[in-house]
Design a protein around this ligand. Structure first.
Ligand SMILES: Nc1ncnc2c1ncn2[C@@H]1O[C@H](COP(=O)(O)OP(=O)(O)OP(=O)(O)O)[C@@H](O)[C@H]1O
Length: 593
C-alpha cells in the first residue's frame, strides 16, 4: 500500500541536523581549487572597491580645500580605476562559480540517480513517482546556488564585514560603535523567526512535492481520466494542490521579505544616528565633515553585507528543506542487496528450491506461508490460481526483488540471499506483467539487456517470438523509433518486443508473468512453437490466466491460500478433478459460450 499519496505530506525520516549540511561539504570540497581562485578574486575585488571611500575622504578633506585641479583629476581617475577593476574581477569570479555550481549539482544528481537505481521494489511501492522525480530534478537545482555561490559569498561577506569594520575603526572609533549598535537588534530578530521560517520552507517543499506527484500521476493516467470524464474533478484536485503550494510559498516568502525590510530600516536608522552623533554629540575637532561622510558611506557599506548575509541565510533555510529530502533519499537503505561475503553464483543448471518460504509485503500479514517445492533443472512450471493468490509474488521472490520473511530460496543449492544479485539476475530472464518499452528504436529495446548482441541475434530472438513480421511492416523496421511506454505500439506488440528482449539475454531460468496475455490466439499458437524450442533445457516459471498457454508445462502449481493447493501435470490435475479442473472446465465453457 502506498505509504505516501499525492495529497499526503511527506514526513522526514529523520529531523534536520547540521550533519546534513556538513555532508553537503563533501561535494563542495571537491571544487576546492576553483573556489579558492574565485574567493581570491572576490577578496581582491572587494579590497580594491573598499579604497574608494578613503579616496573620497582625501578628496573632500585635502584635495578640494587645496584647490589643486591636477590632483583632483588624478584622485578621481584612481577612484574610477578601482571601480572598473573591482567589477572586472567580480565578473571573472561569477563565471568560475557558475561552473562550480553546475559541477556540484551534477555530482549530487548522479549519486541520487545511482542510488535510486539500486533501491528495491519496496521503495517504489511506497511512494508516488512524482515525489521521487522532484528530488532528482527540482530540489537539486534549488540547492545549486547556495552550495556554490552561497558558501563563497558567505565567506566573502564575512570578510567584507571585517574589512569594512577595520576601515571604519581606522577612521573613527566612536562612530564605528554607533554603526555596530544595530547588530544585536538584528540578531534577536533572526532568532525569533528562525524556526517558523524553516518550517514554512519545509511546507513549501511538501506542497511542491504533492503537486508534482499529482501532475505526474494525472499525465500517466490521462487516458483513464478521459474515459471516465473526470477532467473537472481532477482539475479541482489540481487547483487545490496548486493553491496549497501557493499559500505555503506566500507564507515562506513573507518571512524572507521581513529580513531585508528590517536590515534596510536598521541601516537607515544607523546612518541617521551617525549624522546625529557626529554633528550634535561630538565636537568639530573630533570629527571633520569628511569623516562623517566617509563614516556614513562605510555604514551603508557595512549594512550591505549584512543584508547580503541575510539573503544568503534565507537561501540557506530554503535549501535546507531541499537538502533534507535529497539526503533522506541518499540515505534510504538498499533493502535488497548483496549480503556481506555474498558469493557469485557459478553458471546455473537451473534447480530452484523453495524451503519453507514465508513472505508478506507488509509486516503482520503474509501472502505466502511455509511454501516448499523443488524444481528440477530444465523443468517448466506453470503457476495458476485466482487473482491476488500470490503467483507474481513467487516469481518476484525467485528474482529476489523482495527478500523472504522466513525460510530460504535455493538455486542449484545456493541460498540466493547469500549470492550476489548480479550473478543471480544476469542468469535469469524475467518478463514482468508490465512489458515496459523505453524511448528509442525497437532494436534498442530488444538489445536493452545485452548491449553486445549482434543485429542477427536480435532478429533471431524476434523471429522466435514471432515479432519479426510486424516489426518489418514498419517503414523503418527495427530502427523504428518508439515512445516511452511504447505508445505507438499495440499492447500485444509491446509484449512481443519485451519477450524478444528477455530471450536475447539467453537466461538459464526464465520467468514469464502473463507474457502472452495480450497476444491474439493465432500469434500465441505460433509463439508457442518458438517457445517450446526455447524452453528446452531451461527452467521456466510461467504465469498465465489463459490455461491453454500452460497446459503443456511439466508441472502446474495451483496457488491459493498462501501456498500450493494442487500440483501435477495437466493430465494428473484434470484426473484429480480439483481446483485446476474447475478452472480449466470453466475456461473451456467460456470459450464455447
Ligand atoms: N507491492 C505490493 N505491496 C503490497 N502488497 C502487494 C504488493 N504486490 C502484491 N501485493 C498483494 O499480495 C497479494 C498477492 O499478489 P500477487 O501479485 O502475487 O498475486 P497474483 O496471484 O500474481 O495475482 P494476479 O493473478 O492478479 O496477477 C495480493 O493480495 C496483493 O494485494
Amino acid at each position: 500500500m502506498a505509504r505516501n499519496k499525492f495529497d499526503i505530506d511527506e514526513n522526514l525520516e529523520s529531523p534536520f541536523d547540521i550533519r546534513h549540511f556538513k555532508r553537503a561539504l563533501v561535494y563542495i570540497k571537491r571544487q576546492k581549487r576553483p573556489m579558492i581562485v574565485a574567493l581570491a578574486l572576490s577578496v581582491l575585488s572587494a579590497g580594491i572597491g573598499l579604497t574608494a571611500p578613503l579616496i573620497m575622504q582625501h578628496i573632500v578633506d585635502v584635495t578640494i580645500p587645496a584647490k589643486t585641479v591636477g590632483a583632483l583629476v588624478g584622485w578621481s581617475a584612481l577612484m574610477l580605476a578601482t571601480i572598473v577593476i573591482s567589477v572586472a574581477l567580480a565578473a571573472v569570479r561569477g563565471r568560475i562559480m557558475t561552473s562550480v555550481g553546475q559541477d556540484i549539482i551534477f555530482e549530487i544528481r548522479s549519486d541520487l540517480f545511482k542510488h535510486l537505481q539500486s533501491l528495491s521494489f519496496k521503495y517504489y511501492d511506497d511512494r508516488p513517482q512524482g515525489k521521487i522525480l522532484i528530488r532528482v530534478v527540482n530540489y537539486v537545482n534549488s540547492i545549486s546556488d547556495v552550495l556554490s555561490n552561497g558558501i563563497i559569498n558567505f565567506i566573502l561577506e564575512i570578510l567584507n564585514l571585517v574589512f569594512i569594520a577595520a576601515f571604519m575603526f581606522a577612521v573613527d572609533v566612536k562612530l564605528s560603535l554607533v554603526t555596530l549598535a544595530g547588530l544585536p537588534v538584528f540578531a534577536l530578530f533572526l532568532l525569533l523567526i528562525k524556526n517558523k521560517q524553516r518550517r514554512s520552507w519545509q511546507a513549501v517543499s511538501n506542497k511542491n512535492s504533492n503537486l508534482n506527484a499529482y501532475t505526474q500521476e494525472s499525465i500517466s493516467g490521462v487516458g483513464v481520466t478521459q474515459i471516465f470524464t473526470r477532467e473537472d474533478r481532477n482539475e479541482a484536485i489540481f487547483t487545490r494542490l496548486a493553491s496549497n503550494y501557493r499559500q505555503e510559498w506566500m507564507r515562506a516568502i513573507h518571512f524572507n521579505a521581513m529580513i531585508p525590510f528590517t536590515v534596510d530600516n536598521l541601516a537607515t536608522l544607523v546612518t541617521t544616528l551617525i549624522y546625529m552623533v557626529g554633528l550634535l554629540a561630538l565636537s568639530p575637532q573630533d570629527v571633520t565633515f569628511g569623516v562623517i561622510l566617509a563614516m556614513s558611506s562605510y555604514a551603508a557599506r557595512f549594512w550591505q553585507p549584512i543584508l547580503n548575509l541575510s539573503n544568503l541565510y534565507n537561501g540557506f533555510v530554503n535549501s535546507v528543506a531541499y537538502l533534507e529530502r535529497i539526503f533522506e533519499t541518499l540515505d534510504e537503505p538498499v533493502s535488497v542487496k548483496d549480503a556481506p561475503g555474498a558469493k557469485a553464483l557459478p553458471q546455473l543448471q537451473g534447480r530452484v528450491t523453495f524451503d519453507n518460504v514465508t513472505f508478506g509485503y507488509d509486516t503482520g500479514s503474509s501472502v505466502l506461508e511455509n511454501l516448499s517445492f523443488d524444481v528440477r533443472p530444465g523443468e517448466s512450471i506453470a503457476l495458476v490460481g485466482p487473482t491476488g493468490a500470490g503467483k507474481t509474488t513467487v516469481v518476484n521472490l525467485i528474482s529476489r526483488f523482495y527478500d523472504v520473511t522466513g525460510g530460504r530460496i535455493l538455486v542449484d543449492g545456493h541460498d540466493i540471499a547469500q549470492s550476489t544479485l548480479q550473478s543471480l539476475r544476469s542468469q535469469m530472464g524475467i518478463m514482468l506483467q508490465d512489458s515496459f518499452i523505453f524511448s528509442g528504436t525497437i532494436l534498442d529495446n530488444i538489445r536493452y539487456g545485452r548491449l553486445d548482441a549482434t543485429e542477427e541475434e536480435v532478429v533471431a530472438a524476434a523471429k522466435t517470438v514471432r515479432a519479426d513480421a510486424f516489426i518489418r511492416e514498419f517503414e523503418h523496421g527495427y530502427l523504428t523509433e518508439v515512445n516511452e511506454r511504447g505508445s505507438k505500439l499495440s499492447q500485444g506488440q509491446r509484449q512481443l518486443i519485451s519477450f524478444a528482449r528477455t530471450l536475447l539475454a539467453d537466461p538459464r531460468i526464465l520467468i514469464l508473468d502473463e507474457a502472452t496475455s495480450s497476444i491474439d490466439a493465432k500469434t500465441e499458437r505460433l509463439l508457442q512453437q518458438g517457445l517450446n524450442e526455447l524452453l528446452k533445457g531451461r527452467t521456466s516459471f510461467i504465469i498465465a490466466h489463459r490455461l491453454s498457454t500452460v497446459h503443456n508445462c511439466d508441472r502446474i502449481m495451483y496457488i491459493s491460500d498462501k501456498g500450493i493447493a494442487e500440483a501435477g501435470s495437466h493430465d494428473e490435475l484434470i484426473e484429480k478433478r480439483g481446483l485446476y479442473y474447475k478452472l480449466y472446465t470453466a475456461q473451456k465453457m467460456e470459450m464455447v459460450v
